[in-house]
Design a protein around this ligand. Structure first.
Ligand code: SF4
Ligand code: SF4
Length: 537
């Protein structure tokens, strides 16, 4: 770890870094954008297709951010992000208006969910044109915000990646800190005013910095400080949580809301939300249905958290507001591990040589790790109002936190990742000549999920896609169909070989979450039926 920090520190002191790396990354960004626009671009003798671009962005880059976050904090933002470069160019052309970002601190959290919802509805991870629009829109918006508002307004208020990286960077093993004794006596404070480089793009009070949350590791302050008092070093992961740095109610609620979102992204989470919905006879489809899923998942965790914070405020005789602002942070490590495997393995899973049982074991492993880390935090982060508490009150307070943690972990281990109710053969159907198979596709499954068909005979399926954008893919027979939100689609193909083949939804994370089924192709349906009957008798 020490070597890693020394390396990042070394990079931050290089004259042309991180500008060089960001320009290089902008070059890649243009390359990706061009291939999404043109379909294929030629780089010397190599053809770079839009398919390769989509793979690079959503299967490699997106999980890569999560995997590197613990070790590199927000290095992506400072050293590689091309979008922040657009924000910076806007800043250079015009001094924008200063706004009190603290007052608007809740905005990025709300926008985060709006963007995730739009992603679900638009099929961002699947569609080259939607990805292209997102790229261009973000780039343009960052530039315009740079023109209108001071410093990196886009990173502070809008960017969903910045929002999530900022939250989880609180657990990172490296961070930028200052030598406080030098800073206290420093007369000019060039790190704040700017010097060789622009002042901090995130308005951080650098001499007193003790959190990774907003620091992009852009290294401006490292270069501006004439006393060499700013350095990037190893820090104890989660130290800032133990010191309760910059705890806010908005962020605490955001942590809980992410638990709800992650639950809804699992097959069983969505199924549970829909059972709840249908029990009140609310039948919806498409965008409204997904919105209801989100509202139920997020609302459930928010309500539960509010209740727990209320009980805690009574036990610890603390203001309810303070309990609400502090208690979410105890669960940040657990949330990180859940999001980590949801994103990393959900997206990379189908490309890794790991079978379903091994994948489940990996999930349990990360869940346990997150649980243990959160227990550690429960014992390390002081309770609200801890100085005035009796030993008995402290014990009750910690017990409440542990019960809540156990509750979340049990929901995840016992239900959300067990996959008992969604995997396996739910319903099978035999394809008969001239008949159209009726199939439902939804988050996260197909019903029926087993089709038995005869070799050489055309299979027609009418798929009723009841919620968000999905796809129906069957590689062996070259079937690749988008399923737009809340629309029906008929697909037909003729299997020309015998065997068992997997059909699946190609949206990253959906196959892994349960959107897959089996096509069993046999020589003769009659023989197959005979054999099945004999087996049953
Ligand atoms: S917050 Fe977003 S736009 Fe800003 S540097 Fe980070 S990833 Fe880039
Ligand atoms: S404190 Fe500010 S200037 Fe320094 S590296 Fe972080 S974001 Fe950049």
């Amino acid at each position: 770890m020490e070597k890693l920090a020394i390396f990042v520190n070394y990079l931050s002191r290089k004259k042309y870094l991180p500008l060089d790396t960001r320009i290089l990354s902008l070059f890649f960004f243009i390359l990706l954008t061009a291939s999404l626009f043109y379909g294929t671009i030629n780089i010397f003798t190599y053809k770079f297709t839009s398919k390769a671009a989509m793979f690079t962005v959503w299967i490699l880059w997106w999980p890569f951010l999560y995997i590197t976050l613990l070790f590199f904090s927000r290095l992506w933002c400072g050293f590689l992000c091309p979008i922040s470069l657009a924000n910076e160019w806007g800043n250079k052309l015009r001094t924008g208006k200063f706004i009190n970002y603290r007052k608007w601190a809740f905005v990025p959290f709300i926008l985060f969910f709006v963007i995730v919802y739009l992603e679900q509805m638009s099929g961002l991870f699947l569609s080259t044109s939607v990805t292209l629009w997102f790229f261009l829109l973000f780039f343009l918006l960052a530039f315009l915000m740079g023109l209108m508002l001071s410093r990196f307004a886009f990173c502070k208020l809008v960017c969903p990646i910045g929002t999530i990286l900022g939250l989880f960077s609180r657990l990172s093993v490296i961070g930028l800190r200052t030598k406080k004794e030098i800073c206290e006596t420093c007369p000019k404070k060039y790190c704040l005013l700017g010097g060789k480089k622009a002042p901090c793009p995130m308005f951080i009070n650098i001499p007193k910095i003790n959190s990774n949350k907003d620091c992009l590791l852009c290294a401006n302050c490292v270069k501006n400080c004439p006393h060499d008092a700013v350095h990037i070093g190893v820090i104890k992961p989660g130290k800032e949580l133990i010191e309760k740095v910059d705890f806010t109610m908005a962020e605490s609620y955001f942590i809980m809301a992410l638990f709800g979102l992650a639950a809804i992204l699992t097959a069983n989470g969505t199924m549970l939300a829909r059972k709840f919905l249908y029990s009140f006879s609310f039948y919806m489809i498409g965008p409204t249905l997904r919105f209801a899923d989100f509202a139920i998942g997020i609302g459930f965790f928010i309500l539960l958290y509010t209740l727990m914070a209320y009980i805690m405020s009574k036990v610890t005789k603390t203001k309810f507001k303070i309990s609400l602002s502090e208690l979410g942070y105890y669960y940040l490590p657990l949330l990180f591990m859940i999001m980590f495997y949801t994103i990393s393995f959900g997206f990379l899973g189908p490309w890794l040589p790991i079978n379903e049982s091994a994948m489940r074991l990996i999930k349990y492993f990360f869940l346990t790790l997150g649980g243990i880390w959160s227990i550690y935090m429960i014992f390390k982060i002081p309770l609200p109002n801890h100085v005035d508490l009796t030993t008995k009150q402290k014990k009750i307070g910690k017990s409440i936190l542990i019960v809540f943690l156990a509750f979340i972990t049990i929901i995840w281990a016992g239900f959300l990742i067990s996959n008992n109710t969604t995997f396996g053969d739910k319903e099978s159907v035999i394809s008969m000549p001239g008949e159209i198979i009726k199939m439902d596709s939804f988050s996260m499954g197909f019903t029926p999920n087993v089709i038995i068909a005869e070799k050489g005979q055309e299979i027609s399926i009418e798929i009723d896609n009841i919620d968000i954008m999905h796809s129906f893919d069957l590689n062996e027979f070259n079937v690749h169909e988008f399923l737009p939100a809340a629309k029906k689609k008929v697909i037909a193909f003729t299997p020309d070989k015998v065997g068992e083949f997997m059909f699946f939804c190609n949206v990253p994370g959906h196959t892994e979450a349960g959107m897959r089924g089996r096509l069993v192709v046999v020589d003769s349906i009659d023989d197959y039926m005979g054999k099945t009957k004999r087996k049953l008798s």
